[in-house]
Design a protein around this ligand. Structure first.
Ligand code: NDP
Length: 279
């Protein structure tokens, strides 16, 4: 249980990649706060997560303890935080509440994101701003809100869920690509600033991953080209050298590793989880 006693705050933790990460961090002993805008969806997700908690195995031998003490086991807990990451005041209030509920937050997963497509010529300034607000400025707000707690604890892990769109270009999603490149840049700059503070900052960059976002992309291809769902899915998978869509657990496994104490020498990295699409 390498993360026993830790508290992870996961934005967009109610479904998709965020929920899979919550499951993975809970399994490693961390308590988790899952955050998003949809209170009912978060409560449902929290119920499922709580049901998955398995009591950690007792370590140590109370018989050989001269005082006969039983080792204490901290069971991981799950809390919910209803917030919009674009609302700075709400974000700061949420981190104060999270600390009161489950203790100092020492793991932050900036995962909340949206990927609305638009050809560049049809990208309005409102669309552009919305993509930057959700995918980049939201991470800025959350990171600023959590840092005092991590600095006080003298330990932290920040993982930004960027995208392969943070490492290369894609057509018709220029605002999203720009925002995700920005998130990779933020990862590198902040990793340097925090390098001596025992706080690592890394990005995980998934390729097309089987979640609602990809379902929307598939629906979009079907509508624009008249292709079947199977053909649309194959078109997305074709960009992945492994010829498959990434699964949420693939992303969660990389995130979980970056949150462990054992990954302490890795910082400022942007790791593609994309079957070799970017190398
Ligand atoms: P989902 O659409 O399944 O989940 C997105 C999550 O973000 C939801 O939980 C949603 O919760 C939350 N969210 C969206 N906007 C806001 C907001 N303004 N404030 C708070 N929460 C918000 O998508 P994925 O799981 O696929 O995406 C997770 C991350 O992974 C995103 O950053 C995405 O860009 C990235 N990614 C995904 C890829 C994919 O192919 N699926 C590929 C590469 C990167 P709610 O609606 O309740 O607010």
């Amino acid at each position: 249980m390498p993360l026993q006693g830790r508290h992870a705050f996961i934005t967009g933790g109610g479904r998709g990649i965020g929920l899979a990460c919550a499951r993975a961090l809970l399994a490693q002993g961390a308590s988790v706060t899952i955050a998003g805008r949809d209170a009912a969806a978060l409560e449902n997700a929290a119920t499922t997560l709580r049901a998955s908690i398995v009591a950690p195995r007792k370590t140590g031998n109370p018989v050989s303890d001269p005082l006969g003490r039983t080792p204490t086991i901290q069971m991981p807990r799950v809390a919910v935080s209803v917030l919009d990451v674009t609302d700075e005041a709400a974000v700061h209030a949420a981190f104060t509440t999270a600390q009161q509920q489950l203790g100092p937050v020492t793991i932050l997963l900036n995962n909340a994101g949206q990927a609305q497509p638009a050809p560049f010529a049809k990208t309005t300034s409102q669309h552009w701003q919305n993509m930057l607000d959700v995918n980049l400025t939201g991470a800025f707000h959350c990171t600023q809100a959590v840092l005092p707690q991590m600095l006080e604890q003298g330990w932290g892990r920040i993982v930004n869920i960027a995208s392969t769109a943070g490492l290369k270009g894609y057509k018709y999603v220029s605002a999203y690509v720009a925002a995700k490149h920005g998130l990779v840049g933020l990862t590198r700059a902040l990793a340097l600033e925090l390098a001596t503070k025992n706080i690592t900052v890394n990005a995980v960059c998934p390729g097309y991953t089987e979640t609602d976002i990809v379902q929307d992309a598939i629906a979009n291809i079907m509508q624009k080209t008249g292709r079947s769902e199977e053909q649309a899915r194959a078109e997305l998978a074709a960009g992945n050298p492994q010829q498959r869509l990434v699964q949420v657990e693939d992303v969660a496994n990389a995130v979980a590793w970056l949150c462990q104490p054992a990954s302490s020498a890795m910082t400022g990295q942007s790791i593609a989880v994309a079957g070799g699409e970017v190398m």
